[in-house]
Design a binder for this molecule. Structure first.
Ligand code: SAM
Length: 265
């Protein structure tokens, strides 16, 4: 996975991604990062990249020219590496007007070889260049930030976790919250007792099947309580789970009754 970021603040992106798991993945080469300072591409002799919006209104707007030239430079660099006829990579404009980002979008984007992120600033970017280069408009939530750098870092972090080899244990990406609508089950580490609270007995039992069953039950409880909207989605796609559970409980009750009868006899 090769990330290319068009930004006015490359140092923010570099520092953010060069930490923790993404930092280690950059060192290993599992992901790569190429930041491009849009300001380096302006033809303005004062290095200006913004101007007043036509029609008036608050604030300044990033101009089309430096954004477009920075984009062209990235595309050329990619086609030098991959060949002239290679697919032009997707360009993600981070914008509060876009589709709100989620885990399945992260998983889908992780399948790309190259992704270009475009970070806006000020009041945004001249619409004409957006129309020409952007393939995906993505938001990280219904609120307005100062720039697209934090959203780009959010996306790159979540996407990286879906790239094979980034997480030490690939399984942890598959069982985390939002991998299947369910929130992750509660987890515990040493010591066994802390503030008079004991780790649930089943987790110390070594019985993997029972632990898995317990975890699914706790995931369901937690999701129902904290995110009833996600719980409903899971239920509608997993009706057979409740049918199987009901059958298991009925079988258990029948067996208990049989045992009681035998004892009475
Ligand atoms: N005037 C714009 C509007 O109302 O849609 C908002 C501009 S915002 C101050 C500056 C830049 O921050 C945007 O161009 C975008 O790149 C980024 N940004 C702000 N909020 C965002 C969000 N929720 N998700 C993704 N990007 C965001």
């Amino acid at each position: 996975m090769n990330f290319h970021v068009l930004t006015l603040f490359p140092e923010m992106i570099e520092q953010g991604l060069h930490t923790s798991i993404t930092g280690r993945s950059l060192e290993k080469g599992t992901i790569t990062l190429h930041t491009v300072n849009i300001r380096n591409y302006t033809v303005n002799k004062h290095k200006k990249v913004d101007d007043y919006p036509y029609g008036g209104g608050a604030g300044m707007l990033m101009q089309a020219q430096p954004v477009y030239d920075a984009y062209r430079a990235v595309v050329e660099k990619i086609s030098e590496r991959k060949g002239e006829n290679s697919k032009v990579p997707r360009v993600i404009y981070l914008t509060p007007q876009g589709r709100v980002f989620n885990q399945s979008m992260a998983r889908e984007l992780a399948g790309e070889e190259d992704l270009i992120f475009l970070c806006g600033h000020y009041e945004g970017i001249d619409e004409r260049v957006l129309e020409e280069i952007v393939t995906d408009n993505i938001s990280i939530g219904d609120y307005v930030l100062t720039g697209g750098e934090l959203p780009a870092l959010v996306l790159m972090d979540a996407i990286s976790r879906m790239v094979p080899g980034v997480l030490g244990n690939q399984e942890s990406g598959d069982t985390e919250s939002h991998s299947n609508y369910l929130l992750e089950y509660p987890q515990y580490s040493r010591p066994e007792i802390w503030h008079d609270k004991k780790v649930p007995e089943i987790l110390l039992s070594g019985d993997h099947a029972k632990v898995e069953e317990w975890r699914l039950e706790r995931s369901l409880e937690k999701t129902q309580k904290l995110r009833p909207d996600l719980y409903q989605k899971w239920v509608s796609e997993n009706e057979e789970y409740f049918i199987r559970k009901k059958k298991r409980e009925e079988r258990k009750k029948r067996n208990e009754r049989k045992k009681e009868k035998k004892l009475a006899f």
